[in-house]
Design a protein around this ligand. Structure first.
Ligand SMILES: Cc1ncc(COP(=O)(O)O)c(C=O)c1O
Length: 265
Protein backbone atom coordinates (compact mmCIF):
# COMPACT_ATOMS: atom_id res chain seq x y z
CA UNK A 1 0.00 0.00 0.00
CA UNK A 2 1.47 3.41 -0.88
CA UNK A 3 2.00 6.06 1.80
CA UNK A 4 -0.68 8.50 0.60
CA UNK A 5 -3.38 5.80 0.58
CA UNK A 6 -2.34 4.84 4.06
CA UNK A 7 -2.72 8.45 5.24
CA UNK A 8 -6.14 8.75 3.54
CA UNK A 9 -7.39 5.62 5.25
CA UNK A 10 -6.14 6.83 8.62
CA UNK A 11 -7.84 10.25 8.19
CA UNK A 12 -11.11 8.54 7.25
CA UNK A 13 -10.81 6.30 10.28
CA UNK A 14 -10.17 9.27 12.57
CA UNK A 15 -13.17 11.09 11.11
CA UNK A 16 -15.32 8.03 11.61
CA UNK A 17 -14.18 7.71 15.22
CA UNK A 18 -14.76 11.37 16.02
CA UNK A 19 -18.14 11.25 14.26
CA UNK A 20 -19.19 8.23 16.26
CA UNK A 21 -18.11 9.76 19.60
CA UNK A 22 -19.95 13.01 18.83
CA UNK A 23 -22.99 10.99 17.75
CA UNK A 24 -22.80 9.10 21.03
CA UNK A 25 -22.56 12.36 23.01
CA UNK A 26 -25.54 13.76 21.09
CA UNK A 27 -27.50 10.60 21.81
CA UNK A 28 -26.71 10.89 25.54
CA UNK A 29 -27.84 14.51 25.48
CA UNK A 30 -31.03 13.60 23.64
CA UNK A 31 -31.54 10.89 26.23
CA UNK A 32 -31.28 13.44 29.07
CA UNK A 33 -33.98 15.63 27.52
CA UNK A 34 -36.19 12.57 27.09
CA UNK A 35 -35.51 11.47 30.69
CA UNK A 36 -36.37 14.96 31.93
CA UNK A 37 -39.70 14.86 30.09
CA UNK A 38 -40.44 11.55 31.73
CA UNK A 39 -39.51 12.91 35.18
CA UNK A 40 -41.71 16.00 34.67
CA UNK A 41 -44.62 13.73 33.80
CA UNK A 42 -44.08 11.68 36.98
CA UNK A 43 -43.78 14.89 39.02
CA UNK A 44 -47.12 16.14 37.62
CA UNK A 45 -48.83 12.90 38.57
CA UNK A 46 -47.34 12.87 42.08
CA UNK A 47 -48.29 16.54 42.57
CA UNK A 48 -51.86 15.72 41.56
CA UNK A 49 -51.94 12.84 44.04
CA UNK A 50 -50.93 15.36 46.73
CA UNK A 51 -53.68 17.77 45.65
CA UNK A 52 -51.31 20.23 44.00
CA UNK A 53 -50.50 21.43 40.51
CA UNK A 54 -47.17 20.58 38.88
CA UNK A 55 -46.01 24.22 39.00
CA UNK A 56 -46.05 23.97 42.81
CA UNK A 57 -43.17 21.50 42.70
CA UNK A 58 -39.84 22.68 41.31
CA UNK A 59 -37.52 20.20 39.62
CA UNK A 60 -33.83 20.90 40.08
CA UNK A 61 -31.77 18.93 37.57
CA UNK A 62 -28.62 17.93 39.48
CA UNK A 63 -25.88 18.31 36.89
CA UNK A 64 -22.78 17.74 39.03
CA UNK A 65 -20.04 15.87 37.13
CA UNK A 66 -21.99 16.36 33.86
CA UNK A 67 -20.70 18.51 30.98
CA UNK A 68 -22.10 21.92 30.11
CA UNK A 69 -23.21 20.52 26.73
CA UNK A 70 -25.71 18.25 28.48
CA UNK A 71 -27.00 21.13 30.61
CA UNK A 72 -27.37 23.19 27.45
CA UNK A 73 -29.47 20.45 25.91
CA UNK A 74 -31.94 20.62 28.81
CA UNK A 75 -31.82 24.41 28.72
CA UNK A 76 -32.83 24.21 25.04
CA UNK A 77 -35.71 22.00 26.15
CA UNK A 78 -36.79 24.96 28.38
CA UNK A 79 -35.45 23.73 31.71
CA UNK A 80 -33.95 26.45 33.92
CA UNK A 81 -33.24 25.09 37.44
CA UNK A 82 -29.95 23.23 37.82
CA UNK A 83 -28.12 22.06 40.94
CA UNK A 84 -24.42 21.67 41.63
CA UNK A 85 -22.50 20.88 44.79
CA UNK A 86 -18.86 21.54 44.04
CA UNK A 87 -18.11 25.26 44.08
CA UNK A 88 -15.25 25.11 41.57
CA UNK A 89 -17.24 22.98 39.12
CA UNK A 90 -20.10 25.46 39.25
CA UNK A 91 -17.74 28.42 38.78
CA UNK A 92 -16.31 26.71 35.69
CA UNK A 93 -19.75 26.06 34.19
CA UNK A 94 -21.39 29.43 34.80
CA UNK A 95 -19.54 31.36 32.02
CA UNK A 96 -20.18 28.53 29.54
CA UNK A 97 -23.95 28.67 29.95
CA UNK A 98 -26.79 31.19 29.54
CA UNK A 99 -27.17 33.69 32.34
CA UNK A 100 -30.88 33.05 32.87
CA UNK A 101 -30.16 29.60 34.30
CA UNK A 102 -31.29 29.47 37.91
CA UNK A 103 -28.46 27.81 39.79
CA UNK A 104 -28.98 25.98 43.08
CA UNK A 105 -26.04 25.21 45.29
CA UNK A 106 -27.08 21.95 46.98
CA UNK A 107 -25.62 20.21 50.00
CA UNK A 108 -22.90 21.32 52.37
CA UNK A 109 -21.09 24.57 51.58
CA UNK A 110 -17.74 25.29 53.24
CA UNK A 111 -17.94 28.70 54.87
CA UNK A 112 -14.64 29.83 53.31
CA UNK A 113 -16.13 29.29 49.83
CA UNK A 114 -19.25 31.41 50.37
CA UNK A 115 -17.72 34.58 48.93
CA UNK A 116 -16.35 32.86 45.81
CA UNK A 117 -19.72 31.18 45.21
CA UNK A 118 -21.70 34.39 45.44
CA UNK A 119 -19.20 36.43 43.43
CA UNK A 120 -18.84 33.85 40.65
CA UNK A 121 -22.53 33.01 40.25
CA UNK A 122 -24.57 36.17 39.61
CA UNK A 123 -27.55 33.98 38.73
CA UNK A 124 -27.48 31.97 41.97
CA UNK A 125 -31.14 31.24 42.74
CA UNK A 126 -30.84 29.49 46.08
CA UNK A 127 -28.38 27.88 48.49
CA UNK A 128 -29.83 24.61 49.71
CA UNK A 129 -27.59 23.60 52.50
CA UNK A 130 -26.94 26.23 55.15
CA UNK A 131 -26.10 24.11 58.16
CA UNK A 132 -24.27 26.44 60.51
CA UNK A 133 -24.14 30.06 61.67
CA UNK A 134 -20.74 30.72 60.09
CA UNK A 135 -21.78 29.81 56.57
CA UNK A 136 -24.94 31.89 56.96
CA UNK A 137 -22.92 34.89 58.14
CA UNK A 138 -20.39 34.56 55.32
CA UNK A 139 -23.12 34.35 52.67
CA UNK A 140 -24.82 37.36 54.23
CA UNK A 141 -21.61 39.40 54.14
CA UNK A 142 -20.83 38.35 50.57
CA UNK A 143 -24.26 39.43 49.32
CA UNK A 144 -23.95 42.74 51.18
CA UNK A 145 -20.50 43.49 49.75
CA UNK A 146 -21.74 42.85 46.20
CA UNK A 147 -24.94 44.82 46.82
CA UNK A 148 -27.09 41.99 45.53
CA UNK A 149 -30.75 41.44 46.39
CA UNK A 150 -31.33 38.99 49.27
CA UNK A 151 -30.34 35.40 48.50
CA UNK A 152 -32.81 32.59 49.19
CA UNK A 153 -31.43 29.95 51.54
CA UNK A 154 -32.72 26.69 52.96
CA UNK A 155 -31.50 25.27 56.26
CA UNK A 156 -30.20 21.71 55.88
CA UNK A 157 -31.52 19.26 58.47
CA UNK A 158 -30.04 15.87 59.28
CA UNK A 159 -33.22 13.79 59.39
CA UNK A 160 -31.56 10.37 59.49
CA UNK A 161 -30.46 10.31 63.11
CA UNK A 162 -27.17 8.94 61.71
CA UNK A 163 -23.87 10.49 62.72
CA UNK A 164 -23.22 13.07 59.99
CA UNK A 165 -21.08 16.16 59.73
CA UNK A 166 -23.73 17.95 57.70
CA UNK A 167 -27.16 19.28 58.54
CA UNK A 168 -28.43 20.49 61.89
CA UNK A 169 -30.27 18.13 64.19
CA UNK A 170 -34.07 18.55 63.95
CA UNK A 171 -34.04 19.99 67.48
CA UNK A 172 -31.70 22.80 66.28
CA UNK A 173 -33.53 23.81 63.11
CA UNK A 174 -35.57 26.57 64.75
CA UNK A 175 -32.45 28.25 66.18
CA UNK A 176 -30.59 28.29 62.87
CA UNK A 177 -33.67 29.42 60.95
CA UNK A 178 -34.14 32.20 63.50
CA UNK A 179 -30.52 33.27 63.11
CA UNK A 180 -30.88 33.49 59.32
CA UNK A 181 -34.16 35.36 59.51
CA UNK A 182 -33.20 37.81 62.23
CA UNK A 183 -29.43 38.25 61.94
CA UNK A 184 -28.82 37.93 58.19
CA UNK A 185 -30.65 40.77 56.44
CA UNK A 186 -29.14 39.84 53.06
CA UNK A 187 -30.50 36.30 53.16
CA UNK A 188 -34.08 35.24 52.73
CA UNK A 189 -34.88 32.24 54.90
CA UNK A 190 -37.01 30.15 52.53
CA UNK A 191 -37.41 26.74 54.12
CA UNK A 192 -35.70 23.45 54.89
CA UNK A 193 -33.79 20.81 52.99
CA UNK A 194 -32.76 17.23 53.73
CA UNK A 195 -30.75 14.56 52.01
CA UNK A 196 -32.24 11.68 54.06
CA UNK A 197 -29.97 8.81 55.01
CA UNK A 198 -26.17 8.93 54.83
CA UNK A 199 -26.25 6.74 51.72
CA UNK A 200 -28.44 9.36 50.00
CA UNK A 201 -31.58 7.26 50.13
CA UNK A 202 -34.60 8.43 52.09
CA UNK A 203 -37.26 6.83 54.23
CA UNK A 204 -40.75 8.21 54.83
CA UNK A 205 -39.57 9.09 58.39
CA UNK A 206 -36.99 11.50 56.92
CA UNK A 207 -39.68 13.32 54.96
CA UNK A 208 -42.00 13.33 57.97
CA UNK A 209 -39.25 14.74 60.21
CA UNK A 210 -38.52 17.57 57.78
CA UNK A 211 -42.20 18.39 57.52
CA UNK A 212 -42.50 18.48 61.33
CA UNK A 213 -39.47 20.79 61.47
CA UNK A 214 -41.22 23.13 59.06
CA UNK A 215 -44.33 23.21 61.27
CA UNK A 216 -42.22 24.18 64.29
CA UNK A 217 -40.24 26.82 62.39
CA UNK A 218 -43.46 28.22 60.95
CA UNK A 219 -44.99 28.55 64.41
CA UNK A 220 -41.91 29.94 66.17
CA UNK A 221 -40.97 32.40 63.43
CA UNK A 222 -44.55 33.27 62.54
CA UNK A 223 -44.11 32.47 58.86
CA UNK A 224 -47.06 30.72 57.15
CA UNK A 225 -46.16 27.11 56.33
CA UNK A 226 -47.01 27.54 52.69
CA UNK A 227 -44.30 30.20 52.41
CA UNK A 228 -41.65 27.72 53.51
CA UNK A 229 -40.16 25.25 51.07
CA UNK A 230 -39.43 21.60 51.71
CA UNK A 231 -36.53 20.45 49.54
CA UNK A 232 -36.64 16.68 49.71
CA UNK A 233 -36.67 13.79 47.25
CA UNK A 234 -34.05 12.60 44.79
CA UNK A 235 -33.98 10.12 41.90
CA UNK A 236 -35.13 7.10 43.87
CA UNK A 237 -37.85 8.67 45.97
CA UNK A 238 -39.06 11.96 44.52
CA UNK A 239 -42.64 10.82 43.96
CA UNK A 240 -43.06 9.77 47.58
CA UNK A 241 -41.39 13.04 48.72
CA UNK A 242 -43.87 15.05 46.64
CA UNK A 243 -46.79 13.08 48.07
CA UNK A 244 -45.44 14.03 51.51
CA UNK A 245 -45.27 17.74 50.69
CA UNK A 246 -41.97 18.39 48.89
CA UNK A 247 -41.88 21.67 46.96
CA UNK A 248 -38.42 21.14 45.46
CA UNK A 249 -37.01 17.84 44.23
CA UNK A 250 -33.34 17.45 43.30
CA UNK A 251 -32.91 14.86 40.57
CA UNK A 252 -29.58 13.83 39.09
CA UNK A 253 -29.00 10.30 37.87
CA UNK A 254 -32.54 9.66 36.65
CA UNK A 255 -32.14 12.59 34.27
CA UNK A 256 -28.44 12.55 33.39
CA UNK A 257 -27.47 8.91 33.94
CA UNK A 258 -24.94 7.68 36.53
CA UNK A 259 -22.35 10.19 37.76
CA UNK A 260 -18.68 9.70 36.95
CA UNK A 261 -16.52 10.97 39.80
CA UNK A 262 -13.18 9.96 38.25
CA UNK A 263 -12.34 13.54 37.21
CA UNK A 264 -12.84 14.66 40.83
CA UNK A 265 -10.09 12.42 42.20
C1 LIG B 1 -27.63 17.18 47.79
C2 LIG B 1 -27.98 16.33 46.63
N1 LIG B 1 -29.26 16.27 46.21
C3 LIG B 1 -29.62 15.52 45.16
C4 LIG B 1 -28.69 14.75 44.45
C5 LIG B 1 -29.17 13.93 43.28
O1 LIG B 1 -29.16 12.58 43.57
P1 LIG B 1 -29.77 11.50 42.53
O2 LIG B 1 -28.74 11.26 41.49
O3 LIG B 1 -30.06 10.31 43.37
O4 LIG B 1 -31.00 12.07 41.95
C6 LIG B 1 -27.36 14.78 44.86
C7 LIG B 1 -26.37 14.00 44.15
O5 LIG B 1 -25.24 13.85 44.53
C8 LIG B 1 -27.00 15.60 45.97
O6 LIG B 1 -25.72 15.69 46.39
Amino acid sequence: MDGSLDATISIKLENAISLSSSTMAAAAEGAAAQALRNVLHRVTQAAQRSGRASHQVRVVAVSKTKPSSMIRDLYDASHRHFGENYVQELLDKVPELPDDIQWHFIGHLQSNKAKALVAGVPNLFMVEGVDNVKVANNLDKAIASLERPPLKVLVQVNTSGEESKYGVEPSECVDLAKHVKLQCPNLRFSGLMTIGMLDYTSRPENFRTLSECRSRVSKELEIPEDELELSMGMSGDFEQAIEMGSTNVRIGSTIFGPRDYSAKK
